[in-house]
Design a protein around this ligand. Structure first.
Ligand SMILES: C[S@@+](CC[C@H](N)C(=O)[O-])C[C@H]1O[C@@H](n2cnc3c(N)ncnc32)[C@H](O)[C@@H]1O
Length: 377
């Protein structure tokens, strides 16, 4: 074993042990509030500090470099802390979607996943990799929609436990598998997948060429990679302080070491050898209901009575209630120290995301469909 692989396996087992002590027994079966109360407060405090230590308001190059270098552990800690909030607010697919008139939230979420599978052309029986799979919501939906076999890759043990739990609950064990790993160093055979997709996950990479080249490596020659990438748009100007503030709010509240712009992402795909077949910013549309509607608190956007509870939890008022409840629980010692700071960071993210969306400076759905050339070595 080389020293790099032994240190990465040390980190893996350290993260697994920590996850078990933090999330407690049967953690994969608990969701939202009950999961929140199942935590070991001391370990939760460690995870919170581990995540928040990099988000201290500093946007200078040195602070940025520290975040980039610590991307794996810092993202791991971020998702240890926020997974329950995500599931409580969004369900088991942790991404935005386009929302059409008359369409319920869950329907829009599924359609957004189907659209990606359709653009890639995933077929029944294919071997597909989901990079940064969360708790497996998209993998379950795409497995059902296409009949493909999907492997979810994730560096967060808590989410992997949940992904296995849901696969079993919905009788999809034969079509789904989940593995622990860092997408900057994918430990899977070369040329082994017919297709790869990533939904709002590769933005956590410190360098996009890093994750894209790993995806290129595991794809079969002629195979397709499709991604909904989080990027700043052409309108974003890094030297504009107001713009940088929006990007920073998104970084701090979403555990992202550095937001890149769309040109950086496109070039990174080409640099690693992919052929660009299609690209579209799905947020750049005339949709009457914007992608960021669940975060706005504007009731006029709600399309279905079933979405009232989702909207209430994710909207401004709902988030204020959650923040105040967490503050009270932290005060009486039920929630871990620092929990309120986490909800504050999530609040900053929501503000940055909505503002970034309103000003067309940011998109969470820059779709790229790229192919590994058939004659790739
Ligand atoms: C916003 S969530 C999206 C999850 C999923 N794609 C979905 O749409 O539900 C980002 C995911 O990327 C994963 N992730 C972040 N950094 C990673 C890394 N270095 N290696 C593997 N997975 C990572 C996180 O654990 C999380 O599951």
């Amino acid at each position: 074993m080389t020293s790099t692989s032994s240190s990465s396996s040390d980190l893996k087992s350290k993260q697994r042990e920590f996850s078990q002590s933090l999330h407690g027994k049967d953690s994969d079966k608990k969701v939202g509030v009950s999961a929140f109360f199942n935590k070991d407060n001391k370990a939760q405090e460690v995870a919170i500090n581990d995540y928040l230590k990099h988000w201290d308001g500093k946007t200078d190059k040195e602070a940025e470099q520290r975040r980039l270098e610590d991307y794996n552990q810092s993202t791991h800690s971020y998702y240890n802390v926020v997974t329950d909030f995500y599931e409580y607010g969004w369900g088991t697919s942790f991404h935005f979607s386009r929302y059409y008139k008359g369409e319920a939230f869950a329907q829009a979420t599924a359609r957004h996943e189907h659209y990606l599978a359709h653009k890639i052309g995933i077929k029944e029986g294919w071997k597909v990799l989901d990079v940064g799979c969360g708790v497996g919501g998209p993998a379950r939906e795409i497995a059902r929609f296409t009949g493909a076999h999907i492997t979810g890759l994730n560096n967060n043990d808590y989410q992997i436990g949940k992904a296995f739990h849901y696969a079993k609950k919905f009788h999809l064990e034969d079509q789904l598998n989940f593995i622990k790993g860092d997408f900057m160093n994918i430990d899977l055979p070369e040329n082994s997948f017919d297709a790869v997709y990533a939904i709002e996950a590769t933005v956590h990479a410190p360098v996009l060429e890093g994750v894209y080249s790993q995806i290129y490596k595991v794809l079969k020659p002629g195979g397709v990679f499709g991604v909904y990438e989080w990027v700043m748009t052409d309108k974003y100007d890094e030297t504009n302080e107001a713009h940088r503030k929006i990007a920073y709010e998104i970084e701090i509240g979403d555990g992202i070491p550095k937001m890149y712009d769309v040109n950086v992402a496109r070039q990174a795909l080409k640099n690693v050898g992919f052929e660009l077949e299609f690209e579209q910013d799905l947020a750049d549309s005339d949709d009457e209901i914007p992608w960021y509607y669940p975060l706005t608190g504007e009731w006029k956007y709600i399309q279905s009575i079933y979405d009232l509870s989702t909207f209430f939890r994710t909207s401004y008022i709902g988030r204020q209630i959650t923040t105040n409840l967490v503050r009270a629980l932290e005060f009486v010692g039920i929630a871990a120290k620092g929990s309120t700071k986490v909800t504050a960071a999530l609040e900053d993210a929501a503000v940055g995301l909505v503002e970034g969306g309103r000003q067309n400076l940011f998109t969470p759905m820059q779709l790229f469909i790229v192919r590994k050339p058939l004659d790739a070595k």
